[in-house]
Design a binder for this molecule. Structure first.
Ligand code: F6P
Length: 351
């Protein structure tokens, strides 16, 4: 191939810029030209008044000074319209009119679905995994996960200080709609007492009792890491909790982190506070690990296109860069029971 595109799509992840940089530099070094598509798949729909709002010709200087920056200079968006076949076909026609023979799509699950669609309509697409959720099972790590993990660890260090000072339990809610990886890794790295994740059924009453046991056994502070999607696997139903804790005013079926904390406090008899880390996990300068992963996977994806290979997702396994068919890249779960169980073992609470 002689001319390719590159885009970042879906939730941003620290290291996306480093991946774009690697794509551009590898392409130019190998005699290919590169077009940067803006705002994810929206740029390929070419609806802006000025074309430079949709795409730009990249040169070596376009990616100078961005390897250390969070966010994405190409910008990102979620493009729900892109699920429609006629929109996908239009995007392929637009890309071909720009002379593109292939494209590197940097993002998570949704991005890979878009890439698969482009590929099926005749534009060679390769996926580079970038999401703080680490929820793509074919790869051990996704770009952005390590940075988000370190952000969460730093937050827990601070929570430990205040929790120790007040002898409180702290709930920290981290991102991960359907995937508990970030919560489990944070819990392991911080010596938290528990990770509450969507993949494992759990009981809020038992959690409160566990906190109580920990306090009785002499724990000064307790750290509980919640994945944002954890309620999906909670054993109790909200109606019953409402009846059991009338003073807590549980009005909605979706419990907030503060309500989880109130219930834990009511059961354990121990002061409990909640913190939601939110979008701070998505920003920030990428860690060295994320920059290196982004550089390796971005360069590898570009080499695939250079060799006229599309329809692949690039990842890492045993520190080797690998590629798998795009259509298999979205299957399965990343949940690792060993990791999860280790939180329970090392966050030891005497029964
Ligand atoms: O996909 C990454 C993620 O960070 C999820 O953990 C989270 O639920 C979601 O993005 C929120 O994304 P947004 O609000 O930007 O659509």
């Amino acid at each position: 191939m002689k001319r390719i595109g590159v885009l970042t799509s879906g939730g941003d992840a620290p290291g996306m810029n480093a991946a774009v940089r690697a794509v551009v530099r590898t392409a130019l070094m190998n005699g290919m030209s590169v077009v940067g598509i803006k705002r994810g798949y929206n740029g390929l729909l070419m609806r802006s008044l000025t074309s430079s709002d949709d795409y730009i010709e990249m040169n070596a200087r376009s990616v100078s000074g961005i390897i250390h920056k969070g966010g994405t200079e190409l910008m990102t968006a979620r493009c729900l319209e892109f699920y429609k076949p006629e929109i996908q076909k239009q995007a392929v026609r637009n890309a071909k009119a720009l002379g593109l023979e292939g494209i590197v799509c940097i993002g998570g699950n949704g991005t890979f679905k878009g890439a698969e669609a482009l590929n099926s309509w005749g534009l060679n697409a390769v996926g580079v995994p970038a999401t703080i959720d680490n929820d793509l099972c074919y790869t051990e790590f996704t770009i952005g996960f390590d940075t988000a993990l370190n952000t969460a660890v730093e937050a827990v260090n601070r929570l430990r200080d205040t929790g120790d000072a007040h002898e409180r339990a702290s709930i920290l809610t981290v991102m991960g709609r359907d995937c508990g990886d970030l919560a489990i890794h944070t819990a392991l790295a911080c010596g938290a007492e528990a990770a509450i994740v969507p993949e494992v059924p759990w009981s809020i009453i038992e959690l409160g009792e566990t906190v109580h046991k920990g306090v009785v056994s002499g724990k000064r502070s307790t750290i509980l890491i919640f994945a944002e999607g954890a309620q999906a696997s909670m054993k109790e139903n909200v109606k019953d909790l409402r009846k059991e804790f009338p003073k807590l005013h549980i009005n909605s079926d979706k419990l907030s982190s503060s309500q989880f904390a109130e219930i834990v406090e009511a059961v354990s008899g121990h002061e409990t506070r909640a913190t939601v880390l939110g979008y701070t996990q998505r920003g920030g300068s990428p860690t060295a690990n994320d920059r290196i992963l982004a550089t390796r996977t971005g360069a590898y994806a570009t080499e695939l296109l250079l060799n006229d290979i599309g329809g692949r997702a690039v990842g890492i396994k045993g520190n080797k860069i690998i590629d798998v068919p795009l259509e298999n890249a979205m299957d399965g779960t990343t949940f690792e029971p060993d990791f999860y169980e280790l939180v329970g073992v090392t966050g030891y609470i005497r029964k």
